[in-house]
Design a protein around this ligand. Structure first.
Ligand code: HEM
Length: 324
């Protein structure tokens, strides 16, 4: 169900009823809120929610900042609400959204969007392994995930608070955080369907792109995840925020594509190493990718529209869902 009478908040989320659901690999019934720190060892067993700091061990509920907890807990009562009967059985997206907003800042936005790609980007269409399942929290030691522990730790704080009101899966939390990060930096508003289940195991390694790949290899890699060249190019536009040197690191706009067209890597002014990755430059050297780069460089609205669609596809990729 999509709420329509809560402006800004409700129109951005889909809601699903029931707290009982299917285990993602076994098909047995489990509690939906699989989480790090759970005592569950297999995803066929019921999962008990605990108030733990997954990075630094058990934590007392007294540690919660009262202001954060109060703002998340009270929000559902302050905002216009859907009818109570359906809300009682649903995920209230505003609780997750507000919890994320309490910990998010422009400085943390790029890390959140990268976190989304590194959770969902493990998907392999051949065997349906990987995908948007929260397993990134077990994979932070992998070289390609260097630095993402900071983003996970930030979201862990939000999760502790949100879980006190309504259990949230890591997969849902990360999907919402990425969308919030994009919007916070001035990018498109992205509706996020809710109800993803978490995996309790790591995804296969070696599925994310290495920065040495050329355009042909990138296309092959993304196609194995079900993504077209256009979707790969538009998603790569996320590099416009963060530390890769495309414009303002806190503003989500189409500067990435404009800068790629300027070919900074070919400059003799000492700029090349400072701007972008080899994979970014590789896109600009491929005719098919270049057509999309030209389009998005000249039409930011089109970039925003297409990024929104590709982001929705990314955060739904390989996800298992709570039963309605
Ligand atoms: C096309 C293949 C891609 C490669 C090879 C790649 C690789 C990388 C690398 C090496 C970094 C630098 C990490 C660091 O500073 O330590 C980075 C940053 C980033 N990536 Fe990607 N990436 C790719 C696609 C994507 C996609 C599809 C997204 C999102 C939809 C994404 C989002 C980001 C963001 C937002 C950052 C900046 C993070 C920050 O500054 O904190 N990347 N990427």
């Amino acid at each position: 169900m999509e709420l329509t009478n809560v402006p800004h908040v409700a129109s951005r989320f889909f809601f699903f009823s029931s707290c009982a659901c299917r285990g993602r690999r076994t098909g047995k019934t489990v509690i939906a809120a699989a989480a790090a720190g759970s005592t569950c060892s297999t995803d066929s067993e019921p999962i008990e929610q605990k108030n733990v700091d997954f990075l630094s061990g058990p934590r007392s509920p007294l540690c919660y900042r009262r202001r954060d907890f109060a703002s998340v807990a009270l929000l559902p009562f302050l905002l216009p609400r859907v009818d109570l009967a359906s809300a009682a059985e649903s995920i209230d997206g505003s609780v997750i959204q507000n919890g994320v907003r309490n910990v998010l800042s422009k400085g943390k936005a790029a890390g959140m969007v990268r976190l989304v790609f590194h959770d969902a980007g493990t998907f392999d269409i051949a065997d349906k392994s990987g995908g948007m399942n929260g397993s990134i929290i077990y994979e932070v030691d992998r070289p390609e995930n260097t630095g993402l522990n900071k983003s996970i730790k930030v979201l862990g704080k939000a999760k502790e608070v949100i879980d006190r009101v309504q259990p949230v899966s890591w997969a849902d939390l990360i999907a919402v955080a990425g969308a919030e990060a994009v919007a916070l930096c001035g990018g498109p508003e992205i509706p996020v369907r809710l109800g993803r289940l978490d995996s309790s195991t790591v995804d296969p390694a070696g599925k994310l792109p290495e920065e040495t790949l050329d355009a042909a290899a990138l296309k092959t890699l993304f196609s194995k995840k079900g993504f077209s060249t256009q979707e790969m190019v538009v998603l790569s536009g996320a590099h416009t925020i963060g530390g890769k040197g495309f414009g303002n690191p806190y503003i989500f706009d189409n500067t990435y594509f404009k800068v790629l067209l300027e070919k900074p890597q070919a400059s003799s002014a000492g700029m090349p190493a400072m701007v972008g990755l080899r994979t970014d430059w590789a896109l600009a050297e491929d005719d098919e990718c270049l057509r999309w780069i030209n389009l998005y460089a000249g039409d930011q609205a089109k970039f925003f529209d297409d990024f929104k669609d590709a982001y929705i596809k990314l955060v739904n990729t390989g996800a298992s869902w709570r039963s309605a």
